[in-house]
Design a binder for this molecule. Structure first.
Ligand code: UT7
Length: 329
């Protein structure tokens, strides 16, 4: 390979996560609304989720996940020059959760900002950081997905309150020289999509400029479900087309963790072996932008995801937004 083919790649060098300590089980929910463990497990695969303690904010969860990712990378806050936080449940309208985390990490250098693409936020964050790193403008990024969806749930609405949970996950992405081939370590391709016409299917009914309140999550679950499988397949196929990589080449498929049935149907439609699917939705529920880095953290820590593995990430969320990122670990 000649030197002029060399190009910067964004390589994952650390991964970490953090979950609040309080566990909310399906049985707990059945005591709050008209639902059952059997219904929740059969329709979603979710068995429990975590709920942030009073006063425990999104930035606190994100900071813990960031510190774990830094430790896994063998780096400290001084080594980072970019922080991107994907969240729809920021501590405040402003300043950004990213700036809060930056301060909590003791950093006074670099740039930190939030990015909002709901459940696809982590993929949008990875794609954004990848472009910063490959341009050469920044060297090491923390990409964090952190959420406290428990704060925007209508706890009397059984159709949504059983689905969501709180948590945070993070990765360190580091600019390293590659050769511009799919054998390189790092982010190989990203594909982002959105279509704002679908707003009414999944939205929060409040905000600073409309109601001056935070609002509650509202969802037409069946309609979201119908779109989710198709949208997932489209962006994953885009990643295959861009790289020549096929479903058979993947070691791992790490989809957004919203519903076990959506995960399984998406994998089947794409011809991905069920053994390659990383699913943590039974433990975490839907943690929106935190779901993919939480799943990555579990599968990294238990030794499934190893250096050199081809890992396909994909997510679908409110907006609608959807996207994929193909990474050689
Ligand atoms: O991150 C992206 C965000 N969201 C998603 O990915 C969610 C996508 N959608 C889904 O996961 C599913 O649509 C749900 C899990 C939300 C619902 O499953 P479903 O199979 O689509 O059920 P449904 O909405 O069609 O409702 C079936 C029945 C209804 O009763 P009737 O009208 O048939 O009598 C609901 O009222 O289930 C009822 N129901 C419940 N029953 C017990 C709805 N929620 C519950 C509940 N417990 N928690």
């Amino acid at each position: 390979m000649t030197t002029q083919n060399r190009q910067l790649r964004s390589v994952v060098t650390g991964v970490g996560s953090y979950l609040p300590s309080r566990v909310l089980t399906n049985a707990d929910l059945a005591a709050m609304v008209d639902t059952s463990d059997a219904w929740i497990v059969q329709r979603t695969g979710i068995r429990e989720r975590r709920i942030a303690a009073e006063g425990e904010t999104t930035s606190m969860l994100g900071e813990r996940a960031a510190r774990a990712a830094l430790q896994s990378a063998g780096l400290g806050p001084d080594d980072i020059d970019l922080i991107i936080v994907a969240t729809s449940t920021p501590d405040y309208t402003f300043p950004s959760t990213a700036a809060q985390i930056q301060a909590a990490l003791g950093m006074a250098h670099g740039a930190a900002f939030d990015l909002q693409a709901v459940c696809s936020g982590f993929i949008f964050g990875v794609a954004t950081a990848d472009k910063f790193l490959r341009s050469g403008s920044h060297r090491r990024a923390l990409v964090i997905g952190a959420e406290t969806f428990s704060r925007i749930i209508d706890w009397s609405d059984r159709a949504t309150c059983v689905l969501f949970g709180d948590g945070a996950g993070a990765i360190v992405l580091q600019a390293q020289q590659g050769f511009g081939t799919v054998e390189d370590r790092g982010v190989l391709t990203t594909h982002l999509r959105s279509d704002g016409r679908h707003r009414a299917k999944l939205y929060v009914d409040g905000g600073p400029s409309s109601t001056q309140t935070v609002g509650h999550l509202r969802m037409k679950g069946r309609e979201v479900f119908r779109f989710a499988v198709d949208m997932t397949s489209d962006v994953v196929k885009d990643a295959f087309a861009a790289t020549g990589i096929t479903a058979a080449d993947l070691q791992w498929f790490v989809p957004h963790q919203a519903n076990r049935r959506i995960i399984d149907m998406s994998a089947a439609k794409l011809g991905i072996d069920p053994h390659k699917v990383i699913a943590t939705v039974h433990l975490h529920g839907n943690t929106s932008a935190a779901s993919i880095p939480l799943a990555l953290s579990v599968a990294h820590d238990d030794g499934r995801i190893k250096r050199g593995d081809l890992v396909m990430l994909e997510a679908v969320g409110g907006g609608f937004t959807w996207g994929s990122a193909l990474i050689r670990w």
